[in-house]
Design a protein around this ligand. Structure first.
Ligand SMILES: [Zn+2]
Ligand SMILES: [Zn+2]
Length: 133
């Protein structure tokens, strides 16, 4: 019986560890595949599901209502974003593969943002190096 009790204690402490580990993962889950982190309409945390394209890059929102509000006056909403979030919704000007100026016709969606390239060859190279999702 004592053996069973100690086994239970071990199991219980293991589940506590598991809970801590899950909490740690959840906290780390802050790293979402998004560009801006705060909704430009009401400042809430953005959701990966709600986004619009603005000047060639995705802008994220907290809910579908904010996407609709954004479309009415995008400039005013963008102006309310933090400097960090405004930088996050800029497109890359240099090809990440070659460093050459990009073509706006060549982009790949990667980790929630549009990445632009100079040529098809670089697009293929990037896709080979990063499994796109
Ligand atoms: Zn919202
Ligand atoms: Zn290229």
């Amino acid at each position: 019986m004592r053996k069973l009790t100690s086994l239970l204690v071990v199991l219980m402490s293991l589940s506590v560890f598991a809970a801590i580990a899950i909490a740690a993962i959840a906290a780390d889950g802050e790293k979402k595949a998004v560009t801006n982190k705060k909704c430009p309409i009401n400042g809430g945390e953005v959701n990966e599901k709600y986004r619009a394209e603005y000047n060639g890059q995705f802008v994220y929102f907290c809910c579908s209502g904010c996407v609709e509000d954004f479309k009415k006056n995008p400039e005013a909403a963008i102006a309310k974003l933090s400097a960090e979030d405004q930088a996050a919704i800029k497109i890359n000007e240099k090809c990440p593969v070659s460093g050459e100026p990009i073509s706006k016709a060549l982009s790949v969606e990667y980790e929630g943002r549009k990445v632009y390239f100079c040529c098809e060859h670089c697009v293929e190279q990037f896709k080979k190096e990063h499994a796109t999702r």
